[in-house]
Structures are given as structure tokens and as C-alpha cells.
Write a protein that binds this ligand. Sequence first.
Ligand code: SAM
Length: 288
Amino acid sequence: MAQLGNPTNTIEILNKYKFVIQKKFGQNFLIDTHVLDKIIQAADITKEDFVLEIGPGIGTLTQYLCENAKEVVAVEIDKMLIPILNDTLSEYDNVTVINSDVLKLDLTALVQERNNGQPIKVVANLPYYITTPIIMDLLERHLPLKSITVMVQKEVADRMQTGPGSKDYGALSLAVQYYAKPYIAANVPANCFMPRPNVGSAVINLALHTEAPFEVKDEKLLFRLIRASFNQRRKTLVNGLNNSAELPYTKEEIAQVLSTLGISENIRGEALTLEQFITLSNQLYVLR
Ligand code: SAM
């Protein structure tokens, strides 16, 4: 089977199987070999790596992963793509295709069974309609992960990488940076996909922290604080946290903790760094 990463071979395989592209599954297939090389490079895939690919599509990126990794497990939701994948990946004996919604799969069990619970790499050209839920799910499950290297909407990549002071800074930035170090490896124009998406894209690499950068007394509380701060972005932090039904603290308690941290009580949540959110949450934690 020929390599798929170009328009001719992609159209040929789609025609051979009379495949109808499903917008509802976010299907935009890669047709540019430079971008495929860039993804493999950004993920630093070697013959030591066990890779989980989310949404293999017709197998374009999967072929590259099979060439470069030790083993690949590819999870695809669309059952109409399974016969195509059996065809396009027939040359490789280091790949398993699973027909499932990745959000419904027990990934912890999969990593345990297939890789003895050792850390894996996730690589994907993600379906844009569920990018954030997939990334948050991978991070919050505390799966054994080395890194996540994914193609996402450019705007989402920016949100993951940015810090305080930017309009893109928010709950996603803090959640991602709590677990990993983000790095945008490439910007990718719409003409590298078939069909073309309406937005620009980027490849982002999230290298999981091997040790927690800060000690957190209660992760749930930390993320409640972050959510409450950005739910009411225009409010001061004191009001935002006090208005949240998820949090028990009075305005006075919040203001007092802020003052012991040397932070103005008129500050908005969007001005706080991850480290400041963590200190705030550790101090509020001991009050209850
Ligand atoms: N990897 C291919 C490529 O780069 O050409 C296809 C990428 S396409 C942007 C996203 C793929 O994810 C599609 O094949 C789509 O069917 C699949 N997909 C969408 N939602 C999914 C889900 N919840 N679980 C697993 N796969 C999903």
C-alpha cells in the first residue's frame, strides 16, 4: 500500500471504498508529508515508543507512526473507516486498530495490558469538535504518559501555551500547564488537510511533568478555584470565588488569604499565575 500523505493517494483510497467524509466526526485528513514528518519529530518517536493514536482516519499518520514506533494502538470511532485501515495498514504487524469512542475506552487498562503500565506517547490529528474534552480526559485520568503531541486548532494551541496578561489565558492554560510543559512545534495552514478546515491549525507537544512542579494539598479545590475565577472573568477574584456554589469561603476569608500572599484584593483571577493559584488553594485548604 502506497503512503497516503498526498492528495492523489488520499482521493484514490476514498474513492475505492466510496467513503463519505463525516463532518460530525471532525474528519480532516492530512495530505502533506512535511506536516507528517513534523509531527513525528515533535513527538520524538523512536523504536522504544508505545504510541496511542486517537482518530487514525484512513491511516495517514498511522503509517508514519508504524514506521517509527515500536507499537501503535489506534482508536477510531467511525466503523466505516475500519476496512480502509485494514487495507492501508496491512503491511504493518505492530499496529492494532480499535473501533471505539476514545472517551469511552478504559485507557488505564489498555496501557496496563499492552505496555505493562509503562508510560506511552499519545499522537493525534485530533477531531476539533472534542479537542479539549479529549486532552483534559487524558490529563485528569493520570494515565502513565510521556507526552501528548497533537494537531489542534491554532487558537486552542495558543490557549494551552499562554500565561497571565493574554486574552487567551484561562482554565485550559492552567490545567494543561499544571500537568505538562506545552510547546507549539508548528503552525499548519488549512490547505494541508482534505477537506480544508475553516481555521488554522498547530502541532502542540505537551511534555508531562515527571515530578509535580508545586505541592498541591487538594487538586479538586485548586481546579474549583480556577473554574470559579474564569467563569466570571470580569469580576474580582474575591467576588468570583465568593459567588461560586462550589466553594464555601467568605469574602473576608478570601481577602485575608490574598493579603497574606501580598496580592491586592481587587485583583482579577486572570492576573494570577499557576503558582499563585496553587498557593491560594493551599492556604484556603487549611481554613476548612
Ligand atoms: N489521523 C487522520 C489524519 O491525520 O489524516 C484523521 C484525523 S481527523 C482530524 C480526526 C479523526 O478522529 C477522524 O478519523 C474521526 O473519525 C476520528 N474521531 C472523531 N471522534 C472520535 C472519538 N470520539 N474517538 C475516536 N476517534 C474519533
